[in-house]
Design a binder for this molecule. Structure first.
Ligand SMILES: Nc1nc2c(ncn2[C@@H]2O[C@H](COP(=O)(O)OP(=O)(O)O)[C@@H](O)[C@H]2O)c(=O)[nH]1
Ligand SMILES: [Mg+2]
Length: 315
């Protein structure tokens, strides 16, 4: 498949969230045995668009000019003038989708333009929110700009869940975030990205980290997106902004990932199973928490609880 073959283009999934929420760690988890070069994760960079291939890396200037760059000197790339850095390599997940690692949404060292001008490329988002200060107003403010077509296909990950050490705090945070983001994501999953990375082939640990439930949902999400973007040059973000209906089928529920459309998917599309993120066929499910469907009632949630629990769990 070529880049020009837009009828078969891959979905573009963005990794977004506040600085240090775990976006780069999540990239590495998804990329599996081919982690990102240290320079890519350690440096404050423009958005990094990863795709399958062997072309040399390049940057795209805000005026559209392309220029080859060196991985060794990524930190020299001018962030404000760079729309995106393109990296090409082979990885199972990149066979089925492109990943775009975004800088932190409210990084004081970057103008908001750096994030905003790349949103037009996005089909869906894996939003990382830091468990001990989950779902801040700054996150909601960015999410409010997202068109419905993107929101419904996106996933909220409550990362660093291992930092919440008791069940009560875990339950409170989960319930509050679920309440505050109701209807704004296709699914919400608590996860310890570190534990998932350390799990290796131990599927019990993998499931306990929260990665099992998340990766199952991600596979459905990629399948759904693959159908949604077929034949579309523009991203779902752009299509959604223009108010056009982005439907996969006549079924209005098809947009909701909690109601996956696997049964109706194109039989010729082939299996979409990123090997590293898929649990083994016989794996037992020991998720630290079951995935949170948006329709689970979040009653008994006192108003203003946000401050109460963030104060309580601040480390
Ligand atoms: N304990 C714990 N640490 C994490 C987790 N996810 C990420 N980290 C750590 O948090 C730091 C920031 O993560 P990073 O992925 O670079 O965040 P980014 O700024 O969103 O890309 C790193 O030191 C990670 O190792 C997690 O789930 N649990
Ligand atoms: Mg990062």
């Amino acid at each position: 498949m070529t880049q020009e073959d837009l009828t078969r283009r891959k979905p573009r999934i963005a990794l977004m969230g506040e600085f240090s929420a775990g976006k780069s760690t999540l990239s590495n988890l998804l990329l599996g045995s081919r982690p990102l070069p240290e320079k890519v994760t350690a440096t404050r960079l423009s958005p990094v668009w990863m795709a399958s291939g062997s072309e040399p890396p390049y940057r795209v200037d805000v005026d559209g000019t392309e220029e080859l760059v060196s991985i060794e000197h990524l930190e020299e790339i001018p962030v404000e003038e760079t729309k995106v850095i393109r990296l090409f390599f082979e990885s199972d997940i990149l066979d089925v989708c492109d990943l775009i690692d975004f800088p932190g949404i409210s990084d004081p060292n970057m103008s908001t333009d750096v994030v905003e001008r790349m949103l037009e490329e996005v089909d869906a988002v894996l939003w990382c929110t830091h468990a001990t200060q989950a779902w801040r107003q700054s996150e909601q403010a960015v999410w409010d700009q997202m068109p419905e077509a993107v929101k419904k296909r996106s996933i909220l990950l409550i990362t660093r869940f291992d930092k919440l050490t008791n069940e009560r705090d875990r339950g409170r945070v989960l319930k509050r975030v679920q309440h505050e983001t109701k209807g704004q994501f296709g699914g919400t999953f608590p996860i310890s990205l570190l534990q998932a990375l350390q799990a290796g082939d131990d599927y019990e640990k993998w499931d306990e980290s929260g990665a099992g439930a998340f990766s199952d949902h991600l596979i459905e999400m990629v399948q759904e997106l693959t159908m949604a973007v077929a034949g579309k040059a523009e991203s779902l973000y752009v299509i959604g902004q223009s108010g056009d209906e982005v439907a996969t089928s006549g079924d209005p529920n098809a947009l909701l990932l909690t109601n996956p459309v696997i049964a109706g998917r194109d039989p010729d599309a082939g299996p979409v199973v990123p090997r590293r993120v898929a649990p083994s066929a016989g794996a037992k499910v020991h998720a630290i928490s079951t995935p949170v469907a948006d329709d689970v009632a979040a009653e008994n949630q006192p108003e203003g609880d946000h401050l109460a629990d963030s104060a309580q769990i601040a480390s």
